[in-house]
Ligand binder design. Structure first.
Ligand code: FE2
Length: 488
């Protein structure tokens, strides 16, 4: 664990990382220089700011984060952790710890969560060819060509590499859809193994995803049964890819019944289409109510809602609220894959995020794809995803921007039913320390993840982004994170 880097001296039990200085606007040369020097001093195990413990402290913890700003706006908060859990949250904590980090009023959040991803295809860009049209259907065709060439080891290696990147970005839980339309179920095997292997660092949830259609692919039902036996977590679907609207609705009914029979949640790719008459979400909500699955069913994408008639939507959203449906938009993918048949104006394609949120539904943002047949970009950065969602949804009000941060943290955790998530006493001691003073600034900056902490241990650390400048009369070095307005 990285926290072992800081000292081997058993007498030293309290550690201050002074490179995280109090966050002030427009800090000039001298301060910024100090940030640089002390960061490198710390990484070089020559931290001059280590001091000895106060033996009078009554409580000894594993970790204390000092002087944090929380996403809800609380400032000057200390968070004490032991045994992998949050033990206390409040100002001026009178306790000592094996490791203390003074975060200097920076934002401390629970980790980022990606509620919708495809880990089996991640990092496969260009295999066996690039998607020249950029369309969803060419992406599916490329993936179908690649599937026979896949091996379990190759899937595992790519997925593990992606998880390394995710951890570095403070992304510590991923719900991944896993294609079950490969009769070998290699991806299920590979990702089930990875789920166990990566568990100390990152939570993986596996969704059985019939990419080629639950009714359209001949052995999808049989493969789903095998995947459930192998320990898949969630039932998936893709009703808009079935041959007919009727088949799509039938697949929703069948899959919800399988979920109910097995006591499992549902998360379907649903209406990922520009067709305003693609209304499978209506069936999904109705089946949720019929089977008593309220709060356990998620509609992913729902892009057809972007193009639906407003009167119909005025009936649909209350039905979705009645079913307590969870909603995931995937802004990076929706803005690039939808509207491909349009000339001008070109539709954005993202579902009605603001309206669904206003109606009380839990709405989250997912990443969907990174460097695969459907999307050539991405870097496991959920702030990048939220930033895109903010723009595509024109969510630029203060509360709306805060919602965008929630959409990749607390809302996403709620959608996937992640236990122990949050900043309250008793929650898991999982955090990301961001080089930003609040969630909106974190979004603006796609802020550097200074520390990523899992169960009270530092598992990733990144230096502040400091740039040397050669501008006459200007500062010698700058960190753009210190240039934000002080909105206090
Ligand atoms: Fe997806």
């Amino acid at each position: 664990m990285l926290d072992q880097w800081v000292t081997d001296d058993n007498d030293i039990t309290e550690i201050r990382h002074a490179h995280l200085l109090p966050f002030r606007k427009n800090r000039r040369n001298a301060d910024t220089k100090l940030v640089t020097d002390t960061w490198h001093a710390t990484c070089g195990k020559t931290n001059r700011n280590i001091r000895r413990s106060n033996k009078e402290h009554a409580v000894t913890l594993d970790l204390i984060l000092r002087n944090a700003t929380l996403p809800d706006g609380r400032r000057g908060v200390d968070i004490g952790c032991a045994d992998g859990l949050i033990k206390t949250v409040g100002p001026a904590l009178d306790a000592s710890a094996t490791q203390e980090i003074d975060v200097g009023e920076r934002l401390v959040s629970s980790p980022f969560i990606d509620p919708h991803f495809h880990l089996d295809s991640a990092l496969s860009l260009g295999m066996p060819r690039f998607n020249q049209s950029g369309t969803l259907l060419e992406g599916i065709a490329i993936w179908s060509d690649l599937k026979p060439q896949l091996t379990q080891d190759a899937i595992l290696t790519r997925a593990q590499r992606y998880c390394d990147m995710a951890i570095a970005q403070g992304l510590l839980a991923i719900r991944t859809h896993v294609d079950i339309c490969d009769d070998r179920l290699l991806a299920v095997e590979a990702l089930a193994e990875l789920r166990q292997r990566i568990k100390p660092y990152l939570d993986l949830q596996l969704v059985a995803f019939p990419q080629n259609g639950f009714l359209r692919y001949p052995r999808a039902a049989e493969n789903l049964t095998r995947a459930i036996r192998r320990g898949i977590d969630v039932i998936g679907g893709i009703p808009h890819f079935e041959r007919t609207m009727a088949d799509g609705a039938a697949s929703v009914r069948a899959l919800c019944e399988i979920a109910a029979d097995n006591g499992m949640p549902v998360d379907m790719h649903c209406d990922e289409s520009d067709d305003p008459l693609s209304r499978h979400v209506e069936t999904l909500a109705a089946e949720t109510v019929r089977l008593g699955l309220e709060g356990r069913v998620t509609g992913s994408h729902l892009t057809s809602m972007h193009s639906m008639d407003n009167y119909y939507v005025s009936k649909l959203i209350p039905l979705m609220a009645e079913a307590d449906l969870r909603v995931i938009a995937n802004p990076n993918i929706n803005i690039t894959l939808q509207g491909r048949q349009d000339t001008y104006p070109k539709r954005r394609g993202m579902t009605r995020v603001a309206e669904l949120h206003a109606a009380g539904l839990t709405v989250a943002f997912g990443q969907d794809c990174v460097m695969d047949p459907w999307y050539p970009l991405g870097s496991a950065d959920m702030l990048d995803v939220a930033h895109m969602g903010l723009h595509v949804g024109q969510l630029t009000g203060r509360d709306a921007m805060k919602f965008c941060f929630d959409a990749v943290t607390s809302n996403a955790a709620r959608v996937i039913g992640l236990e122990g998530y949050g900043l309250a006493v008793g929650c898991n001691a999982d955090f990301v320390v961001l080089d930003a003073p609040d969630p909106i600034e974190a979004l603006r900056l796609r802020a550097t993840r200074l520390y990523v902490i899992r169960r009270g241990k530092v598992i990733a650390r990144t230096a502040p982004r400091v740039t040397e400048l050669a501008v006459e009369g200007g500062p010698a070095v700058i960190n753009i994170a210190t240039y934000g307005p002080n909105l206090g």
